[in-house]
Design a protein around this ligand. Structure first.
Ligand code: GDP
Ligand code: MG
Length: 162
């Protein structure tokens, strides 16, 4: 069956912008995937001819997930149902404590985690990624969801690693 990719990160890092870009040619699909709720948005992306499912989530605060347990629970379910997690961070704000908390939270699932530095347009890769290495998630993908830079190439790489 189709691989499932969950988009996770704190609010405003660009998850929904990425979701829309990945699913641009297709409407969000819910009915095809029984058991999935409408509280998370599902769509279909494609690498070449190969379809995958992408899940947008409401975002994690990285602070006290008790603040919005319902939201945190939705994200948890999305992660559990996924084959890989795309963990988005914002290259313009740089690394925030919330990102580190989310990284810690994500590790407990034992899913492949792919770090993506978004909003990278107009920046040098080395400069925009430097501080994110301390999260211990390896080489980040560097993208601009808004402009489309490196988006499909990154997904191609991630999906071929599954
Ligand atoms: P979400 O809360 O993680 O879903 O983030 P959104 O997709 O709603 O985006 C939050 C804001 O960041 C919006 O104003 C987007 O237009 C902006 N944004 C998203 N991706 C990019 C990007 O690649 N570059 C820039 N400059 N802004 C972006
Ligand atoms: Mg969103």
């Amino acid at each position: 069956s189709k691989p499932v990719i969950a988009l996770v990160g704190r609010p405003n890092v660009g998850k929904s912008t990425l979701f829309n870009r990945l699913t641009r040619t297709r409407d969000a699909i819910v009915a095809d995937y029984p058991g999935l709720t409408r509280d998370r948005q599902y769509g279909t992306g494609r690498v070449g001819h190969i379809p995958y499912i992408v899940v947008d989530t409401g975002g994690l605060s990285g602070e006290d997930e008790g603040v919005d347990p319902l939201m945190a629970n939705q994200v948890k379910t999305a992660i559990e149902d996924s084959d890989a997690v795309l963990f988005l961070v914002d290259g313009r704000t740089g690394l925030l404590p919330a990102d580190e908390s989310i990284a810690k939270y994500l590790r407990q699932f034992n899913k492949p985690i792919h770090l993506m530095v978004n909003k990278a347009e107009g920046h040098e890769r080395e400069q925009i990624t430097a501080e994110f290495y301390q999260m211990g998630l390896g080489d980040p993908y560097v993208i601009s969801s808004a402009h489309g830079d490196n988006v499909h190439e990154s997904l191609d790489d991630i999906l071929s690693s599954l």
